[in-house]
Design a binder for this molecule. Structure first.
Ligand SMILES: Cc1ncc(COP(=O)(O)O)c(C=O)c1O
Length: 380
């Protein structure tokens, strides 16, 4: 969609990346790190000082004390943590459960490991876990359950009761949890993040994945990390060592310097994105779209079924095509996040990690388009 957006000169509120500048103090840290000589291979596990800064941040954010030496690994974005954790746990013939709509990195990594990916749907509009369905899907070959909290693209957050149910479900089974928590700080309206890391049972059996791309608005730096108990961390590092080996040294040093100097940077993230979510919601208020306010992640869903007429008759891919071609706005359809998309999927995803001007422009174009297409004279 980003390529199509460039071709069509469309406003891009599709793919999840910021279009605003990064904190200049963070940019300055990169120059400082390069000038300071952080230009050769970093340790395989990640720079010790960065891992220590991460451990400090985890505690400051209300998390448990984590040993930087044996429980934190710096990876190439959250994506590499996900990949390495899957390769570490899933073997030929094993089964791994993901929930659809699901982020696109899970299924291919499971299949590459020789595993079977079992897709369990989260039904719109609430996208809640159906734990009975999960229970029914468990077999002696189930090795991994992947959860994503806050959830992209559903924009939901898991509650304490979800984690409790998950813990009970795997209690006597050889199942590991992969918790994709890259949007840990992007939760709205006072919600408190429920991390597997803070759950008394799940913390012993989970990989928790994080991304500086999301928290510091630097998706292109490709720096993330995985937190897991020592045994799981050892297994993950066996994959990481011969895959990416180690992550860009000056970028690790720059992030560490920034975290040391601005230890509260992550606290601003929720308010920053919630203002953008609210701006988008306000600007789309008259568009005829149904907009359940996002609970978390830096996305917002829009249901266009109530527009009626030709637009509501489009499936979500067709609707997205119309928006990009006719309204000049790139959004993302939801059905590609499913292995078997619901036939009547009428929901698209918008990214709010954009300049206010981008959000205002996108909303104005969408509103003008829906007004024109749902008003008098709409061709049948
Ligand atoms: C749910 C989810 N997990 C993981 C990632 C990957 O994070 P990173 O860019 O750090 O690899 C993303 C990025 O969009 C995401 O939305």
């Amino acid at each position: 969609m980003s390529r199509r957006a460039r071709e069509q000169r469309a406003v891009n509120v599709g793919q999840g990346f910021p279009d605003y500048p990064i904190d200049p103090r963070l940019a300055a840290c990169v120059t400082e790190a390069i000038d300071g000589g952080f230009n050769q291979y970093a340790p395989m596990e990640g720079e010790v000082a960065l891992r220590t800064a991460i451990a400090v941040k985890i505690v400051a954010a209300g998390g448990r004390a984590v040993d930087p030496e044996s429980e934190i690994t710096v990876t190439c974005g959250g994506t590499e943590s996900i990949y390495s954790a899957i390769q570490a746990i899933v073997g030929a013939g094993d089964e791994a459960i993901v929930f659809d709509p699901s982020y696109d990195a899970y299924d291919p990594a499971i299949r590459l490991a020789g595993g079977r990916c079992i897709h369990i749907p989260l039904a719109a509009p609430h996208f809640r876990y159906d734990w009975q369905r999960v229970r029914d899907a468990l077999t002696p070959r189930t090795r991994l359950i992947v959860i994503n909290n806050p959830h992209n693209p559903a924009c939901t957050v898991a509650g304490a009761e979800d984690l409790a149910t998950l813990a009970a479900l795997i209690r006597d089974r050889p199942i590991t949890v992969l918790a994709d928590e890259v949007y840990e700080h992007v939760q709205y309206d006072g919600r408190v993040h429920q991390s597997v890391m803070n759950h008394p049972e799940l913390k012993e059996r989970s990989y928790a994945v994080y991304s500086f791309g999301k928290t510091l608005h630097i998706t292109g730096w490709r720096v993330g990390y995985c937190v897991a108990p020592p045994l799981l961390t050892r297994e993950l590092r066996k994959v990481h060592q011969f895959n990416t080996f180690s992550i860009a040294a000056p970028l690790q040093a720059a992030i560490r310097l920034y975290l040391q100097r601005h230890p509260d940077a992550w606290r601003e993230v929720a308010a920053f994105f919630s203002a953008k979510r609210d701006l988008l919601l306000a600007r789309l208020a008259g568009s005829g779209l149904t907009l359940p306010p996002a609970a978390g992640s830096y996305f917002q869903l829009a249901d266009y079924s109530s527009l009626g007429g030709v637009l509501a008759a489009c499936n979500d891919v067709e609707f997205t095509e119309r928006l990009i071609n006719e309204a000049g706005v790139a959004v993302i359809p939801l059905s590609p996040f499913y292995r078997e998309p619901p036939a009547d999927m009428r929901i698209v995803r918008l990214c709010v990690a954009k300049l206010d001007a981008t959000l205002i422009d996108a909303a104005a174009r969408i509103s003008a388009y829906t007004a024109a297409r749902t008003g008098a004279g709409e061709p049948s």
